[in-house]
Design a protein around this ligand. Structure first.
Ligand code: ZN
Length: 309
């Protein structure tokens, strides 16, 4: 972006420097906020983006569960997708998981073709296969996993009933091109599911450049709902549903940025809650606050369903 918003063509309202705080490289990156759509974007898209996605970025945090653990996950996930099962409901209340819960309401049969764009190591695709889904594919430009196709969405052919971008659209240099490619691959009654960080939100107001979901320089565009709607409209898509699904991460992650603790450092709550600087009661309070913010549309991330207009 030299002078205009890459999303809506609007003028720059203000500029600011955002530190890289996932690894703590010590770099800062210039971002701008658009006066029109209110979206945030990195001013210059780095030429060497791959450098900011080391192998550890997509490493599996823990091995795939087996035995009872796997059954527990399956009960929980079945509830998340189909609203079915008392055990799953109890498990979900204890271990909520917005990524798979986002599929609720799409009334998916196991035969539906599901494409996960920017799937990382393919965890979600594997869990859908575990639920009995028959046509699931994961694709990611940086991943190095056996059952994940390497590339962006243009590397995939075929027609899909659900195309998911779970915290992926903010990483691509041209979100309009990604939505356009998704539209070309979407079944007539299909749904595109976008989960993403969003502005405006309470933590952006409260923490500013310490907001953890700026994730400079990986997040190239942090869209507003208006910005997403603008891009979707250009390729013939309309917003069908919106649900905020922010978590306590928005608070502990942003607090850590303020304290100078990189997300992937030994003292990070993400790496080891027991070694972190936060008490469990504090994190629970942030989880409650996040649920309240979601209800009033002020959480820092959102789930949007797009369909053909
Ligand atoms: Zn704009």
């Amino acid at each position: 972006m030299e002078t205009k918003c890459r999303v809506c063509g609007g003028e720059v309202a203000r500029m600011f420097d955002v530190p890289e705080m996932r690894y703590g490289t010590g770099e800062t990156f210039a971002y701008a906020q658009c006066a029109g759509c209110e979206g945030l974007q990195i001013v210059t898209i780095p030429a060497d983006l791959g450098r900011y996605y080391p192998a550890s970025y997509h490493a599996l945090a823990r091995p795939e569960p087996v035995g009872l653990r796997r059954a527990v996950r399956r009960w929980r996930d079945a509830y998340a997708v189909w609203d079915r099962g008392v055990i799953g409901w109890l498990l979900y209340a204890r271990w909520p998981e917005p990524a798979i819960r986002a599929l609720a309401g799409l009334e998916l049969s196991r035969a539906r073709r599901v494409l996960d764009v920017g799937c990382g190591p393919g965890i979600l695709a594997r869990r859908l296969l575990d639920l009995g889904f028959e046509n699931v594919m994961g694709i990611d430009p940086y991943a190095d996993a056996p059952d994940v196709v390497r590339g962006d969405i243009t590397a995939v052919d075929g027609v899909w009933d659900v195309i998911m971008f779970h915290h992926a659209l903010e990483h691509v240099p041209d979100p309009l091109a990604s939505l356009s490619a998704a539209m070309e691959r979407l079944a007539p009654d299909g749904a595109i599911l976008v989960r993403m960080p969003v502005v405006p939100c309470a933590v952006w107001d409260r923490y500013g450049v310490a907001w953890v979901q700026l994730d400079a320089p990986r997040h190239l565009h942090v869209l507003s709902l208006r910005g997403l709607e603008t891009l979707a409209g250009r390729v013939g898509l309309v917003v069908n549903a919106v649900k905020y699904d922010s978590t306590a991460f928005q608070f502990w992650g942003s607090e850590q940025v303020r304290m100078g603790i990189p997300l992937e450092s030994a003292r990070s709550y993400a790496v080891d809650p027991a070694q972190s600087v936060f008490r469990p009661a504090q994190v629970r309070a942030w989880a409650r606050e996040s649920r309240r913010l979601n209800v009033v549309g002020r959480g820092d991330q959102v789930m949007v369903v797009l369909r053909r207009g």
